[in-house]
Design a protein around this ligand. Structure first.
Ligand SMILES: Nc1nc2c(ncn2[C@@H]2O[C@H](COP(=O)(O)OP(=O)(O)OP(=O)(O)O)[C@@H](O)[C@H]2O)c(=O)[nH]1
Length: 376
């Protein structure tokens, strides 16, 4: 962790000295260092001594996100929790998560054990994680926990899969237990803050524009530089790769489509195809990435090398390059349109905005229209 922090500080300082020291650049550097610092202050204790493999699971996940973990072969979960919390506290960790085994309201001995653990480690917050697959019995579970201990928040997982998930959600809501987060898939990033309005809107196929904007605003691109490249047709493959990998890091593409009004039923035929495109980029040399891609069309041997390097067909790699070439040329032409160019470079003046709104009226889904009306 210290090495990671050192690297983050090193690379951000190098970037700061290499580039002009603007407010944004300083803010970005601080953000990068803070991210590592925040992570370095979280520890996970696996106090699930009941299920074989529980510790391995926590360990694998903790390693994936680079967070320290603690587990022990002691069969007593209370002792493990106490030891883990003490260890992290001694090292000044600010957030210590204690994961316990699952339990049911009827299991009185497990409830007694939970209360004992709470009295020993004195947590600041107790979060109840519930699988939405249990449907309406979620109400009993939520009430059982709420009455037994001071539940600070609920995480409802698997809202993506089970047909009973809606029942679980309404049952928990009926108990007035605060649902803080929801799990919407198996991946680490498929986890959202629960916002009732957005959730209902998405469920009714009305999208979640605010959520989409939140997600998209985390994409880190230099807008001025990008605009310049788009309008002059000088977008390089590496720029294309950067945008693409940042979009993919926002989560599954199908989930993003669900956030767009009217697009909730669009099925993405093969999500893995997007990752394959990144593999192809990863097999390119620096010279190729820094180019506009023309060298691939002149020297087909390069395409063969990429295809072999990433285990994909020559046609697939050619498709990527052709798409890249077409989109750069479409964008270059679009930028010749003053209204579009103004819109992409930071906003239209009120008159142009009004004209654009009149142009799209009736041609876009009604909910999206409502949303645009609201924000304009
Ligand atoms: N589809 C989907 N899968 C999920 C979600 N949340 C967790 N999972 C998967 O469900 C499986 C079980 O999750 P666990 O985290 O082991 O569940 P747990 O609450 O620790 O289980 P206990 O042993 O009872 O404590 C894992 O494979 C997870 O990846 C979700 O929101 N959607």
């Amino acid at each position: 962790m210290i090495a990671e922090l050192g690297n983050a500080i090193n690379s951000t300082l190098q970037n700061l000295f290499k580039n002009p020291m603007t407010d944004e650049a300083i803010e970005k550097s601080l953000k990068e260092i803070c991210t590592v610092l925040i992570r370095s202050n979280i520890g996970i204790v696996c106090a699930d001594t009941f299920r074989a493999g529980a510790f391995d699971q926590v360990k694998q996940n903790a390693i994936k996100i680079n967070v320290p973990y603690f587990g022990s072969s002691d069969p007593d979960p209370v002792k493990v929790a106490k030891e883990g919390v003490a260890k992290f506290k001694k090292n000044d960790f600010e957030l210590i998560l204690v994961d316990t085994s699952g339990r049911h309201t009827q299991e009185s001995d497990l409830f007694a054990e939970m209360k004992e653990m709470i009295s020993v480690i004195a947590p600041n917050n107790i979060v109840f994680v519930m699988d939405a697959g249990i449907g309406q019995s979620a109400e009993d579970q939520a009430l059982g926990f709420k009455n037994a201990v001071k539940v600070g928040g609920i995480i409802l997982t698997k809202l993506d899969g089970a047909s009973k998930a809606g029942g679980a959600l309404s049952s928990v809501a009926a108990t007035n237990c605060p649902i803080e987060f929801i799990g919407t898939g198996e991946g680490m990033e498929e986890f959202d803050v629960f916002d009732a309005k957005r959730f209902v809107s998405k469920m009714l196929g009305m999208g979640d524009i605010e959520g989409l904007i939140d997600k998209i605003s985390t994409i880190d691109i230099d807008e001025g530089d990008m605009m310049n490249k788009l309008s002059t047709g000088t977008l390089r493959l590496i720029d294309f790769k950067n945008i693409f990998s940042q979009i993919l890091s926002l989560g599954p593409v199908s989930k993003m489509f669900e956030m767009i009004p009217g697009m909730n039923n669009i099925s993405i035929p093969d999500e893995t195809k997007f990752n394959k495109i990144l593999y192809a980029f990863d097999s390119m040399t620096r010279e190729e990435l820094e180019s506009n891609g023309n060298l691939f069309f002149k020297q087909q041997g390069r395409v063969m090398r990429i295809a072999k390097g990433c285990g994909l067909s020559k046609e697939f790699v050619m498709d990527i390059l052709t798409n890249y070439r077409q989109s750069s040329s479409v964008m270059k032409n679009m930028m010749k349109n003053p209204m579009l160019s103004q819109m992409f470079s930071g906003g239209l003046d009120p008159k142009a905005k009004k004209r654009l709104m009149n142009n799209v009226k009736g041609k876009i889904p009604a909910q999206l229209q409502d949303y645009l009306d609201q924000i304009n």
